[in-house]
Design a binder for this molecule. Structure first.
Ligand SMILES: NC(=O)c1ccc[n+]([C@@H]2O[C@H](COP(=O)([O-])OP(=O)(O)OC[C@H]3O[C@@H](n4cnc5c(N)ncnc54)[C@H](O)[C@@H]3O)[C@@H](O)[C@H]2O)c1
Length: 239
């Protein structure tokens, strides 16, 4: 029960990696709020769904007020909601570029701007920003996505300094998954998936549970001396 009596928010928590995180956090004793603009694809005791588009700034503030009124405090925030709109740069439209920035970069800011300072006030907390191996190494056809996932690492390191500057243990880390089987990977051709698996030292793609277990480590006191870090969970992949 590594998250006993903790309140955790997981954005993009209705399916995919967010679902695996929410279910594992609940099994470890947390009360979890799964925030998503899409409908839940599962049911789990101690996971409450809240419909929210993280690009909607006013709605993010309303959600924050609701969460504090209902749960009292927030101990863990996982900024996991994310999207892709892949294209070679020559063909990438303004809409594709802006859409990915709005969700993956500004969406992370829209909630952390309230929850980071709240963690300072309550005396601690853990924020985990889901980056990507693409944010660390870059990738062909993903300039927009890579920009956001690298940007998330910059925000992580800035917030790790900012929210702990008064000596309060608010920890902020990024987690960079490698290719992991979720709906997001459905558009990737089978032969490419095989190629990606072959590029890992463990010779397989990730499972959502692989990522959830590493996120639990960063969320819990097991990582009490880890902050400002980028944890790659890739099976040893190099793009
Ligand atoms: N699957 C992978 O291989 C992989 C690899 C590296 C990083 N990631 C990152 O992990 C995170 C989760 O990805 P996933 O694979 O579970 O994808 P997914 O598409 O299965 O789930 C993403 C979730 O985010 C939600 N979402 C999208 N836009 C939103 C918005 N504006 N407001 C609220 N919710 C929104 C979606 O509704 C969806 O439920 C993403 O940030 C992604 O970039 C995934």
């Amino acid at each position: 029960m590594r998250l006993k009596n903790k309140v955790a928010i997981v954005t993009g928590g209705s399916r995919g990696l967010g679902q695996a995180m929410a279910e594992l956090f609940a099994a470890e004793g947390a009360k979890v709020i799964a925030v998503d603009m899409g409908d839940m694809v599962y049911e789990c005791a101690n996971v409450e769904y809240y419909k929210l588009n993280v690009t909607d700034r006013d709605a993010c503030k309303s959600f924050y007020d609701w969460a504090i009124a209902k749960y009292g405090q927030i101990d863990v925030l996982v900024n996991n909601a994310g999207v892709t709109r892949d294209s070679m740069t020559r063909k990438m439209t303004d809409e594709m570029f802006d859409f990915v920035l709005d969700v993956n970069l500004k969406g992370v800011f829209n909630l952390t701007r309230y929850i980071g300072p709240q963690m300072e006030e309550i005396g601690g907390g853990s924020i985990i920003n889901i980056s990507s191996v693409v944010g660390v190494f870059g990738n062909i056809g993903q300039a927009n996505y890579a920009a956001t996932k690298s940007g998330v690492i910059g925000m992580t390191k800035s917030w790790a300094k900012e929210f702990a500057r008064k000596g309060v243990p608010v920890r902020v880390n990024a987690l960079a998954p490698g290719y992991t089987m979720t709906d997001m990977m459905k558009t990737v051709p089978e032969d490419l998936l095989k190629q990606f698996a072959g590029q890992t030292m463990l010779k397989r793609l990730g499972e959502p549970e692989d990522i959830a277990k590493a996120t639990l480590f960063l969320a819990s006191d097991d990582s009490s001396y880890v902050t400002g870090h980028v944890l790659e969970v890739t099976g040893g992949m190099r793009l």
